[in-house]
Design a protein around this ligand. Structure first.
Ligand SMILES: NC(=O)c1ccc[n+]([C@@H]2O[C@H](COP(=O)([O-])OP(=O)(O)OC[C@H]3O[C@@H](n4cnc5c(N)ncnc54)[C@H](O)[C@@H]3O)[C@@H](O)[C@H]2O)c1
Ligand SMILES: O=C(O)CC[C@H](O)C(=O)O
Length: 332
């Protein structure tokens, strides 16, 4: 058994954390032989609820959990952590605009960036889930200058999983057979789900999804809009934001940072843009990446279809607008 690592989950009394904590506690994320000390951060009014979550983690009776630290104090929550799931933020409710969410949430990520900077390990890997996830990740990294900016990533894995599931359903295959679906840009309705580099294994090795589907119209239209609008569709149906699927995606994302991507496969995540594929620089833009030794690398040389190009431009523009607005909120 390795020595325990400290892992913080913020928003620990909320919906997503409720599912995520079980995955972390049972070894799905950091490995079946990696003990964890769980740091659980929420705000003071949620401490009683958080106490209930702690009771349930104890009752799971899972041997990998060596200690639980529930707190409302960021200085305690971020102390010596090696992995951070930044989930705590307000979810969009029906009728709320994205803009309302940005001004409410972005300041949380400024404060937490400052706390990570002071108290976390410099090698900490930070996954931002709370929306607007890409811009929150950018803000968090700007306020944590002593931690490499590459250590901050934003979650578009839920969108990738949604895309894979849509294709599997369409092809009537198991979702495990579908790989390398890309999400470009922002985790918002402007994101660009792209299956042109995706593969499906129909029994004799991976072949292009485009060839197996033989339905370009669907890939250019309904596939994109279904994935773009899936989060809103879940909110409309559940009257609450997606939770178990978001938690699973957060676990998948951190798992791949920790253990790397499989040969021949890539995953999508929001990372600091270097301008690849014409994306604006210095925003957190979702790209296909491979991961080795806990470091991501943007996959280069993929074909971007002409019909995707204006969509990539639009999602990049939205990220620049969000960045400008976030800077305005944080500096005033
Ligand atoms: N990136 C994605 O794919 C994705 C998917 C689903 C949801 N989300 C986002 O994740 C966030 C959380 O969603 P949820 O359904 O768990 O919400 P929730 O309301 O159930 O839980 C959020 C929790 O965060 C806590 N919180 C608020 N401010 C905090 C702070 N400053 N420090 C610590 N904790 C704080 C709240 O008290 C609450 O317990 C939302 O912003 C939602 O939009 C992102
Ligand atoms: O607020 C939204 O529209 C989306 C909520 C969440 O990020 C999701 O993708 O399910």
């Amino acid at each position: 058994m390795s020595s325990p690592i400290r892992v913080v989950v913020t928003g620990a009394a909320g919906q997503i954390a409720y599912s995520l904590l079980y995955q972390i506690a049972k070894g799905d994320v950091f490995g079946a032989d990696q003990p964890v000390i769980l740091h659980l951060l929420d705000i003071p009014p949620m401490m009683e609820v958080l106490g209930g979550v702690v009771m349930e983690i104890i009752d799971l009776a899972l041997p990998l959990v060596t200690e639980i630290v529930p707190t409302a104090d960021p200085t305690v929550a971020f102390k010596d952590v090696e992995a951070a799931f930044l989930v705590g933020a307000m979810p969009r409710q029906q009728g709320m605009e994205r803009k309302d969410l940005l001004s409410a949430n972005v300041k949380i990520f400024k404060v937490q960036g400052e706390a990570l900077d002071k108290y976390a390990k410099k090698t900490v890997k930070v996954l931002v889930v709370g929306n607007p996830a890409n811009t929150n990740a950018l803000v968090c990294s700007r306020y944590a200058p002593s931690i490499p900016r590459e250590n901050f990533t934003a979650m578009t894995r839920l969108d990738q999983n949604r895309g894979r599931a849509q294709i599997a359903e369409r092809l009537k295959v198991n979702v495990g057979q579908v790989k390398n679906v890309i999400i470009w840009g922002n985790h918002s309705a402007t994101q660009v789900p792209d299956a042109n580099s995706a593969t499906v294994d129909l029994g004799s090795g991976p072949v292009p999804v485009t060839g197996a589907l033989k339905n370009d119209e669907w890939l250019k239209g309904e596939f994109i809009t279904t994935v773009q609008k899936r989060g809103a569709a879940v909110i409309a149906a559940r009257k609450m934001s997606s939770a178990v699927s978001a938690a699973k995606a957060a676990g998948d994302h951190m798992h791949d940072i920790w253990h790397g991507t499989a040969p021949g496969q890539f995953v999508s995540m929001g990372v600091l843009s270097d301008g690849s594929y014409g994306a604006p620089k210095d925003v957190v833009f979702s790209f296909p990446v491979t991961i080795e030794n806990k470091e991501w690398k943007i996959v280069q040389g993929l074909q971007v279809a002409d019909y995707h190009k204006p969509l990539l431009e639009a999602t990049g523009k939205e990220l620049l607008e969000e960045k400008a607005e976030a800077i305005e909120v944080c500096e005033h």
